[in-house]
Design a binder for this molecule. Structure first.
Ligand code: 3PG
Ligand code: MG
Length: 374
């Protein structure tokens, strides 16, 4: 694997002098918004080390990001105004282009849009780890035309996540949650090669329950993934790995009232969280690990009645002596909600990107930065 140029390599490409150079920095400022207000500016703050490194050297920094999923046309709901205002507080004088996805050329990776992006630009830095699994114009285009490098955030993310993949410390435990097994299938198969055990929570556990022939009431599950889950359970067993499933569930009964169940749910009941027994068992596994990767909540934690499974796992992540890494998205949001985000070793800024990097060991955005790629 040819190595990826760093900011120092970029500086060297300009004979050690970046002053007056216009550098396009692709950031992932796709922050959660509520009524137009930024709920969490984690991704903006995460880009500051790279931005400041460049401005300290006299470069003019132009940042660019997508926000939400506008459909290739301007849409005021997804304007960068709020993000621009926050960036101006954190990094005065740094430009931010309008939402990249207002142009269909971004997701379509059109040469015309790449040309527009690099117009008047001397160099390019990718610090958008969270978007580096997308082969979009702003991620893969500029490195073919101007001297390019990875920013500090991208560099750290790659180091930590590839460290899990290539230099695991055992016991290595993956904690996976969320609603859909179909989103996680590839990463589960890849993780089975390196981990000792996988803890499964969130609604995806019901597809595994269905594969075991257990009744799940009206709980969310993926009917077309039941056979796949049965195969995964068999495969894990043949590899000597453990898949830990919850053996109690919290949810609502047929009358819609809060209820605790074992691992068989009666007609009309719905599971929304792992139960306290499972949370305690999962805590033990996490406490005994030397490395833990967590992606996806254990239940519907936005509802306080169904937050305790996710909170218990978050507390175990904070307390274990293991090296702890949390994938972006919902699990990062859960950690922040419980104010435990400073208690783990690494919180990734990327949800899909961290899973894809663990699965494939590479990302389109990284491939594009390698000198051999152009
Ligand atoms: C994310 O929030 O996961 C990244 O910013 C990528 O966004 P996307 O899934 O809309 O490409
Ligand atoms: Mg720790």
């Amino acid at each position: 694997m040819t190595s990826i140029p760093t900011l120092e390599d970029l500086e060297a490409a300009f004979d050690g002098d970046l002053s007056g150079k216009r550098i396009l920095v692709r950031t992932d400022f796709n922050v959660p918004l509520d009524n137009g207000e930024i709920v969490d500016d984690f991704r903006i703050r995460a880009a500051l080390p790279t931005i400041e490194w460049l401005t300290d050297r006299g470069a003019t920094v132009v940042t660019a990001s997508h926000l939400g999923r506008p459909k290739g046309a301007p849409n005021p709901e997804f304007s960068m105004d709020r993000v621009r205002a926050r960036l101006a507080e954190l990094a005065p004088g740094v430009e931010l282009r309008e939402n990249l996805r207002f142009d269909p050329g971004e997701t379509g990776n059109s040469p015309e849009f790449v040309a527009e992006l690099i117009d008047g630009v001397d160099g390019y830095v990718n610090d958008a780890f969270g978007a580096s699994h997308r082969a979009h114009a702003s991620i893969v285009g500029p490195p073919q035309h101007v001297p390019s490098a990875m920013g500090r955030l991208l560099q750290k993310e790659v180091e930590v996540l590839l460290g899990l993949r290539n230099k695991p410390k055992h016991p290595f435990v993956a904690v996976l949650g969320g609603a859909k097994i179909s989103d996680k299938l590839g990463v589960i198969e890849a993780l089975l090669e390196t981990v000792d055990s996988i803890i499964i929570g969130g609604a995806m556990c019901f597809t595994f329950f269905a594969a075991q022939g257990k009744p799940i009431g009206n709980s969310l599950f993926e009917p077309d993934m039941v056979d796949t889950c049965a195969d995964l359970l068999a495969k894990a067993e043949s590899m000597g790995k453990t898949i830990h499933l919850p053996d109690d569930i919290t949810g609502t009964d047929a009358a819609g009232n809060f209820a605790q169940f074992g691992s068989r749910l009666g007609e009309g009941s719905i599971g929304y969280d792992i139960g306290p027994g499972s949370a305690a068992a999962f805590t033990d596994v996490i406490m005994d690990a030397r490395m833990v990767f967590w992606n996806g909540p254990m239940g519907m934690f936005e509802d306080e009645r169904f937050a305790s499974g996710t909170r218990t796992v978050a507390q175990a992540m904070a307390e274990t002596k293991a090296f702890t890494v949390v994938g972006g998205g919902d699990s990062a949001a859960a950690l922040a909600q419980f104010r435990l985000d400073d208690e783990v070793d690494h919180v990734s800024t990327g949800g899909g990107a961290s899973l894809e990097l663990l699965e494939n060991g590479d990302l389109p955005g990284l491939v594009a930065l390698r000198p051999s790629a152009s």
